[in-house]
Design a protein around this ligand. Structure first.
Ligand SMILES: Cc1cc2nc3c(=O)[nH]c(=O)nc-3n(C[C@H](O)[C@H](O)[C@H](O)COP(=O)(O)OP(=O)(O)OC[C@H]3O[C@@H](n4cnc5c(N)ncnc54)[C@H](O)[C@@H]3O)c2cc1C
Ligand code: SF4
Length: 301
Protein backbone atom coordinates (compact mmCIF):
# COMPACT_ATOMS: atom_id res chain seq x y z
CA UNK A 1 0.00 0.00 0.00
CA UNK A 2 1.17 3.48 -0.74
CA UNK A 3 2.10 5.15 2.51
CA UNK A 4 2.32 8.89 2.68
CA UNK A 5 2.13 11.75 5.09
CA UNK A 6 0.19 13.83 2.59
CA UNK A 7 -3.35 14.68 3.69
CA UNK A 8 -6.04 14.34 1.02
CA UNK A 9 -9.33 16.17 0.92
CA UNK A 10 -11.25 14.70 -2.05
CA UNK A 11 -14.36 16.54 -1.03
CA UNK A 12 -15.36 17.77 2.41
CA UNK A 13 -17.99 15.03 2.54
CA UNK A 14 -15.24 12.42 3.04
CA UNK A 15 -13.23 14.43 5.58
CA UNK A 16 -9.44 14.53 5.60
CA UNK A 17 -7.50 11.37 5.05
CA UNK A 18 -4.03 10.21 4.18
CA UNK A 19 -4.93 7.04 2.30
CA UNK A 20 -8.03 5.16 1.29
CA UNK A 21 -8.02 1.50 0.31
CA UNK A 22 -10.29 -1.48 0.00
CA UNK A 23 -9.16 -4.08 2.53
CA UNK A 24 -9.97 -7.22 4.45
CA UNK A 25 -8.39 -9.13 7.29
CA UNK A 26 -6.12 -12.04 6.39
CA UNK A 27 -7.41 -13.93 9.44
CA UNK A 28 -10.14 -16.37 8.34
CA UNK A 29 -11.43 -16.80 11.91
CA UNK A 30 -12.09 -13.06 12.16
CA UNK A 31 -13.82 -13.05 8.76
CA UNK A 32 -16.21 -15.87 9.73
CA UNK A 33 -18.31 -13.53 11.86
CA UNK A 34 -17.16 -10.05 10.98
CA UNK A 35 -19.65 -7.65 9.45
CA UNK A 36 -17.52 -6.78 6.43
CA UNK A 37 -13.75 -7.12 6.01
CA UNK A 38 -13.10 -7.54 9.74
CA UNK A 39 -11.12 -4.31 9.81
CA UNK A 40 -12.18 -3.24 13.31
CA UNK A 41 -11.53 -6.56 15.01
CA UNK A 42 -8.27 -7.18 13.14
CA UNK A 43 -6.88 -3.71 13.81
CA UNK A 44 -7.68 -3.90 17.52
CA UNK A 45 -6.33 -7.46 17.72
CA UNK A 46 -3.05 -6.32 16.17
CA UNK A 47 -2.89 -3.24 18.41
CA UNK A 48 -3.55 -5.38 21.50
CA UNK A 49 -0.94 -7.95 20.59
CA UNK A 50 1.66 -5.26 19.92
CA UNK A 51 0.89 -3.34 23.13
CA UNK A 52 -0.29 -0.28 21.16
CA UNK A 53 -3.51 -0.45 23.17
CA UNK A 54 -4.11 -2.32 26.40
CA UNK A 55 -7.83 -2.68 25.87
CA UNK A 56 -10.58 -1.70 23.43
CA UNK A 57 -14.05 -0.38 24.19
CA UNK A 58 -16.33 -2.32 21.86
CA UNK A 59 -20.04 -3.07 21.45
CA UNK A 60 -20.55 -6.54 22.82
CA UNK A 61 -23.47 -8.89 23.28
CA UNK A 62 -26.07 -8.44 26.02
CA UNK A 63 -28.89 -10.58 27.40
CA UNK A 64 -31.13 -9.44 24.55
CA UNK A 65 -30.27 -10.47 20.99
CA UNK A 66 -28.72 -7.67 18.93
CA UNK A 67 -28.91 -5.17 21.78
CA UNK A 68 -25.29 -4.03 22.12
CA UNK A 69 -23.63 -3.55 25.49
CA UNK A 70 -20.28 -1.77 25.68
CA UNK A 71 -17.44 -3.67 27.25
CA UNK A 72 -13.68 -3.52 27.46
CA UNK A 73 -11.92 -6.26 25.54
CA UNK A 74 -8.42 -6.90 26.82
CA UNK A 75 -7.84 -10.14 24.88
CA UNK A 76 -8.29 -11.18 21.26
CA UNK A 77 -10.81 -13.81 22.41
CA UNK A 78 -12.95 -11.07 23.96
CA UNK A 79 -12.66 -8.95 20.84
CA UNK A 80 -13.95 -11.85 18.75
CA UNK A 81 -17.26 -11.81 20.67
CA UNK A 82 -17.95 -8.25 19.49
CA UNK A 83 -17.70 -8.90 15.75
CA UNK A 84 -20.63 -7.78 13.60
CA UNK A 85 -22.92 -4.76 13.52
CA UNK A 86 -25.77 -4.11 15.93
CA UNK A 87 -28.01 -1.38 14.61
CA UNK A 88 -28.70 0.51 17.78
CA UNK A 89 -26.82 2.71 20.18
CA UNK A 90 -24.00 1.18 22.14
CA UNK A 91 -22.89 3.90 24.56
CA UNK A 92 -19.18 3.12 24.13
CA UNK A 93 -18.03 6.64 25.01
CA UNK A 94 -19.58 6.37 28.48
CA UNK A 95 -17.06 3.60 29.22
CA UNK A 96 -13.93 5.70 28.72
CA UNK A 97 -13.81 6.78 32.35
CA UNK A 98 -14.43 3.20 33.46
CA UNK A 99 -11.59 2.03 31.21
CA UNK A 100 -9.08 4.35 32.85
CA UNK A 101 -10.32 4.21 36.44
CA UNK A 102 -11.65 0.68 37.02
CA UNK A 103 -9.63 -1.18 34.41
CA UNK A 104 -6.51 0.98 34.78
CA UNK A 105 -5.99 1.26 31.02
CA UNK A 106 -3.43 3.79 29.83
CA UNK A 107 -3.81 3.10 26.11
CA UNK A 108 -7.44 2.82 25.07
CA UNK A 109 -8.86 1.64 21.76
CA UNK A 110 -12.44 2.66 21.04
CA UNK A 111 -14.82 1.94 18.17
CA UNK A 112 -17.86 4.02 17.40
CA UNK A 113 -20.17 5.72 14.98
CA UNK A 114 -19.23 9.17 13.60
CA UNK A 115 -21.15 10.95 16.40
CA UNK A 116 -19.26 8.91 18.97
CA UNK A 117 -15.94 9.84 17.37
CA UNK A 118 -17.00 13.49 17.70
CA UNK A 119 -17.74 12.89 21.38
CA UNK A 120 -14.33 11.27 21.92
CA UNK A 121 -12.55 14.26 20.35
CA UNK A 122 -14.68 16.69 22.32
CA UNK A 123 -13.77 14.80 25.49
CA UNK A 124 -10.11 15.14 24.56
CA UNK A 125 -10.39 18.87 23.85
CA UNK A 126 -12.64 19.75 26.81
CA UNK A 127 -12.08 16.99 29.36
CA UNK A 128 -14.74 18.17 31.77
CA UNK A 129 -15.50 15.07 33.82
CA UNK A 130 -13.08 13.09 31.62
CA UNK A 131 -9.84 14.18 33.23
CA UNK A 132 -7.91 11.10 32.22
CA UNK A 133 -8.96 10.98 28.61
CA UNK A 134 -6.88 13.33 26.46
CA UNK A 135 -3.64 11.37 26.30
CA UNK A 136 -5.13 7.92 26.78
CA UNK A 137 -7.05 7.44 23.55
CA UNK A 138 -4.51 5.37 21.63
CA UNK A 139 -6.68 4.32 18.68
CA UNK A 140 -10.13 5.60 17.69
CA UNK A 141 -11.75 3.50 14.96
CA UNK A 142 -14.86 4.97 13.37
CA UNK A 143 -17.53 3.09 11.44
CA UNK A 144 -19.55 4.66 8.62
CA UNK A 145 -23.13 5.40 9.60
CA UNK A 146 -26.13 6.62 7.64
CA UNK A 147 -28.64 6.19 10.46
CA UNK A 148 -29.32 4.26 13.65
CA UNK A 149 -32.40 2.83 15.37
CA UNK A 150 -33.81 2.47 18.88
CA UNK A 151 -33.78 -1.17 19.98
CA UNK A 152 -37.58 -1.43 19.94
CA UNK A 153 -37.56 -0.27 16.31
CA UNK A 154 -35.07 -2.92 15.28
CA UNK A 155 -37.20 -5.52 17.05
CA UNK A 156 -40.28 -4.33 15.23
CA UNK A 157 -38.54 -4.33 11.86
CA UNK A 158 -37.13 -7.81 12.36
CA UNK A 159 -40.11 -9.46 14.05
CA UNK A 160 -43.13 -7.66 12.57
CA UNK A 161 -41.90 -6.65 9.13
CA UNK A 162 -39.38 -9.38 8.32
CA UNK A 163 -41.26 -12.05 10.32
CA UNK A 164 -38.09 -13.38 11.99
CA UNK A 165 -37.58 -13.99 15.72
CA UNK A 166 -34.70 -11.92 17.10
CA UNK A 167 -33.16 -15.10 18.56
CA UNK A 168 -32.96 -16.60 15.05
CA UNK A 169 -31.02 -13.73 13.49
CA UNK A 170 -27.49 -14.48 12.35
CA UNK A 171 -26.70 -11.09 10.81
CA UNK A 172 -28.37 -7.79 9.91
CA UNK A 173 -27.06 -5.49 7.23
CA UNK A 174 -28.00 -2.32 5.43
CA UNK A 175 -26.73 -2.16 1.88
CA UNK A 176 -27.70 -1.96 -1.77
CA UNK A 177 -30.76 0.06 -0.79
CA UNK A 178 -32.20 -2.66 1.49
CA UNK A 179 -32.30 -3.77 5.12
CA UNK A 180 -31.23 -7.44 5.20
CA UNK A 181 -31.97 -10.04 7.84
CA UNK A 182 -30.07 -13.35 7.66
CA UNK A 183 -31.26 -16.21 9.85
CA UNK A 184 -29.29 -19.03 11.48
CA UNK A 185 -31.17 -21.50 9.25
CA UNK A 186 -30.08 -19.77 6.04
CA UNK A 187 -33.15 -17.68 5.17
CA UNK A 188 -32.63 -14.14 3.90
CA UNK A 189 -35.32 -11.46 4.24
CA UNK A 190 -34.96 -8.02 2.71
CA UNK A 191 -36.96 -4.88 3.46
CA UNK A 192 -36.95 -1.76 1.31
CA UNK A 193 -35.46 1.24 3.13
CA UNK A 194 -38.70 3.14 2.72
CA UNK A 195 -40.08 0.75 5.37
CA UNK A 196 -37.17 1.32 7.77
CA UNK A 197 -36.96 5.14 7.49
CA UNK A 198 -39.75 5.94 9.92
CA UNK A 199 -38.08 3.79 12.60
CA UNK A 200 -34.81 5.76 12.53
CA UNK A 201 -33.67 7.78 15.54
CA UNK A 202 -34.82 11.37 14.98
CA UNK A 203 -31.44 12.60 16.27
CA UNK A 204 -29.77 11.01 13.25
CA UNK A 205 -31.63 13.39 10.96
CA UNK A 206 -29.38 16.30 11.93
CA UNK A 207 -26.15 14.32 11.64
CA UNK A 208 -23.72 15.56 8.97
CA UNK A 209 -20.95 12.96 9.13
CA UNK A 210 -21.19 9.68 7.23
CA UNK A 211 -17.60 8.43 7.31
CA UNK A 212 -16.36 9.22 10.84
CA UNK A 213 -14.17 12.12 9.85
CA UNK A 214 -12.69 12.53 13.31
CA UNK A 215 -11.44 8.98 13.79
CA UNK A 216 -7.86 7.77 13.38
CA UNK A 217 -9.06 5.11 10.94
CA UNK A 218 -12.61 4.76 9.63
CA UNK A 219 -14.27 1.93 7.79
CA UNK A 220 -17.50 0.67 6.26
CA UNK A 221 -18.71 -1.63 3.55
CA UNK A 222 -19.83 1.01 1.09
CA UNK A 223 -17.53 1.41 -1.89
CA UNK A 224 -15.97 -2.05 -1.65
CA UNK A 225 -17.02 -5.48 -2.93
CA UNK A 226 -18.89 -7.88 -0.60
CA UNK A 227 -16.65 -9.15 2.20
CA UNK A 228 -14.26 -6.22 1.79
CA UNK A 229 -14.23 -2.83 3.50
CA UNK A 230 -13.42 0.71 2.49
CA UNK A 231 -10.80 2.11 4.87
CA UNK A 232 -9.82 5.74 5.39
CA UNK A 233 -6.56 6.25 7.26
CA UNK A 234 -6.94 9.74 8.63
CA UNK A 235 -4.43 10.77 11.29
CA UNK A 236 -0.69 10.34 11.83
CA UNK A 237 -1.46 7.91 14.63
CA UNK A 238 -3.83 5.95 12.40
CA UNK A 239 -1.26 5.92 9.60
CA UNK A 240 1.50 4.57 11.89
CA UNK A 241 -0.67 1.76 13.24
CA UNK A 242 -2.25 0.88 9.88
CA UNK A 243 1.20 0.83 8.21
CA UNK A 244 2.59 -1.52 10.87
CA UNK A 245 -0.47 -3.78 10.64
CA UNK A 246 -0.04 -4.00 6.86
CA UNK A 247 3.67 -4.76 7.25
CA UNK A 248 2.74 -7.53 9.73
CA UNK A 249 0.46 -9.12 7.11
CA UNK A 250 -2.82 -8.41 8.92
CA UNK A 251 -4.65 -7.12 5.84
CA UNK A 252 -4.97 -7.70 2.11
CA UNK A 253 -5.49 -4.40 0.32
CA UNK A 254 -6.48 -3.16 -3.12
CA UNK A 255 -6.26 0.40 -4.40
CA UNK A 256 -9.72 1.93 -4.00
CA UNK A 257 -9.52 3.13 -7.61
CA UNK A 258 -9.44 -0.50 -8.75
CA UNK A 259 -12.57 -1.74 -6.97
CA UNK A 260 -16.25 -1.35 -7.75
CA UNK A 261 -18.35 0.58 -6.83
CA UNK A 262 -15.46 2.59 -5.36
CA UNK A 263 -15.12 5.97 -3.75
CA UNK A 264 -17.69 7.58 -6.00
CA UNK A 265 -20.50 5.77 -4.20
CA UNK A 266 -19.11 6.68 -0.77
CA UNK A 267 -18.97 10.29 -1.87
CA UNK A 268 -22.51 10.18 -3.29
CA UNK A 269 -24.00 8.71 -0.09
CA UNK A 270 -22.05 11.08 2.16
CA UNK A 271 -23.33 14.03 0.12
CA UNK A 272 -26.89 12.71 0.20
CA UNK A 273 -26.75 12.39 3.98
CA UNK A 274 -25.35 15.90 4.41
CA UNK A 275 -27.80 17.52 2.01
CA UNK A 276 -30.85 15.78 3.46
CA UNK A 277 -29.89 16.37 7.10
CA UNK A 278 -28.71 19.94 6.56
CA UNK A 279 -32.30 20.69 5.53
CA UNK A 280 -33.55 19.34 8.86
CA UNK A 281 -30.93 21.40 10.71
CA UNK A 282 -32.17 24.51 8.93
CA UNK A 283 -35.82 23.67 9.56
CA UNK A 284 -35.10 23.19 13.25
CA UNK A 285 -33.12 26.42 13.37
CA UNK A 286 -36.32 28.26 12.41
CA UNK A 287 -37.73 27.33 15.79
CA UNK A 288 -34.50 27.87 17.67
CA UNK A 289 -32.99 24.37 17.76
CA UNK A 290 -29.62 23.28 16.30
CA UNK A 291 -28.41 26.83 15.66
CA UNK A 292 -25.01 25.94 16.98
CA UNK A 293 -24.48 22.83 14.88
CA UNK A 294 -21.02 23.17 13.39
CA UNK A 295 -19.41 21.64 10.37
CA UNK A 296 -17.54 18.61 11.73
CA UNK A 297 -15.10 18.24 8.85
CA UNK A 298 -12.01 19.14 10.75
CA UNK A 299 -9.88 16.07 11.37
CA UNK A 300 -7.34 15.98 14.17
CA UNK A 301 -3.67 15.94 13.14
C1 LIG B 1 -25.68 2.00 13.33
C2 LIG B 1 -24.71 1.63 12.24
C3 LIG B 1 -24.93 2.09 10.94
C4 LIG B 1 -24.02 1.77 9.92
N1 LIG B 1 -24.23 2.26 8.65
C5 LIG B 1 -23.33 2.00 7.68
C6 LIG B 1 -23.52 2.52 6.38
O1 LIG B 1 -24.47 3.23 6.10
N2 LIG B 1 -22.58 2.22 5.43
C7 LIG B 1 -21.48 1.44 5.71
O2 LIG B 1 -20.66 1.19 4.83
N3 LIG B 1 -21.28 0.94 6.96
C8 LIG B 1 -22.17 1.21 7.94
N4 LIG B 1 -21.97 0.71 9.19
C9 LIG B 1 -20.70 0.02 9.50
C10 LIG B 1 -20.71 -1.45 9.12
O3 LIG B 1 -21.97 -2.04 9.39
C11 LIG B 1 -19.61 -2.21 9.91
O4 LIG B 1 -19.78 -1.98 11.30
C12 LIG B 1 -18.21 -1.76 9.55
O5 LIG B 1 -18.00 -1.94 8.16
C13 LIG B 1 -17.15 -2.56 10.34
O6 LIG B 1 -17.15 -3.87 9.87
P1 LIG B 1 -15.90 -4.83 10.18
O7 LIG B 1 -16.12 -6.12 9.46
O8 LIG B 1 -14.64 -4.07 9.94
O9 LIG B 1 -16.05 -4.96 11.74
P2 LIG B 1 -16.08 -6.24 12.77
O10 LIG B 1 -14.65 -6.75 12.74
O11 LIG B 1 -17.17 -7.12 12.40
O12 LIG B 1 -16.31 -5.49 14.09
C14 LIG B 1 -17.46 -4.71 14.28
C15 LIG B 1 -17.15 -3.69 15.35
O13 LIG B 1 -18.21 -2.76 15.39
C16 LIG B 1 -18.58 -2.55 16.72
N5 LIG B 1 -20.02 -2.24 16.75
C17 LIG B 1 -21.05 -3.04 16.40
N6 LIG B 1 -22.22 -2.42 16.59
C18 LIG B 1 -21.91 -1.18 17.06
C19 LIG B 1 -22.68 -0.07 17.47
N7 LIG B 1 -24.01 -0.09 17.43
N8 LIG B 1 -22.04 1.03 17.91
C20 LIG B 1 -20.69 1.08 17.99
N9 LIG B 1 -19.90 0.05 17.63
C21 LIG B 1 -20.51 -1.07 17.16
C22 LIG B 1 -18.27 -3.82 17.47
O14 LIG B 1 -17.90 -3.52 18.78
C23 LIG B 1 -17.04 -4.35 16.71
O15 LIG B 1 -15.86 -3.90 17.34
C24 LIG B 1 -22.87 0.98 10.22
C25 LIG B 1 -22.68 0.50 11.53
C26 LIG B 1 -23.57 0.84 12.54
C27 LIG B 1 -23.32 0.36 13.96
S1 SF4 C 1 -26.51 8.83 11.96
FE1 SF4 C 1 -25.12 10.19 13.04
S2 SF4 C 1 -26.13 10.59 14.99
FE2 SF4 C 1 -27.07 8.76 14.13
S3 SF4 C 1 -25.90 7.07 15.05
FE3 SF4 C 1 -25.05 7.54 13.02
S4 SF4 C 1 -23.36 8.94 13.46
FE4 SF4 C 1 -24.67 8.91 15.25
Amino acid sequence: MEHSSEVKTMGTELGKYKTCVSARSTNKEILKKSQDGGIVTQLFAYALEEGIIDGAIVAGQSDEPYRPRPFIATTVEELMTSRGTRYNISPNVSWIKEATRSFGLDKIGIVGTPCQMQAVRKGQLYPVGLRDVPDKIALAVGIFCMENFPYQSIKQLVEDHAGVKMESVKKMDIGKGKFWVYTERGAVVQLPLKVTHKYEQPGCHVCLDYVANLSDVSTGSVGSPDGWSTVFVRTKKGDDIWGKAIAAGCFETKPIEQVKPGLELVSKLANEKITKNQKTVEERATFGVNKALRNPYISPK
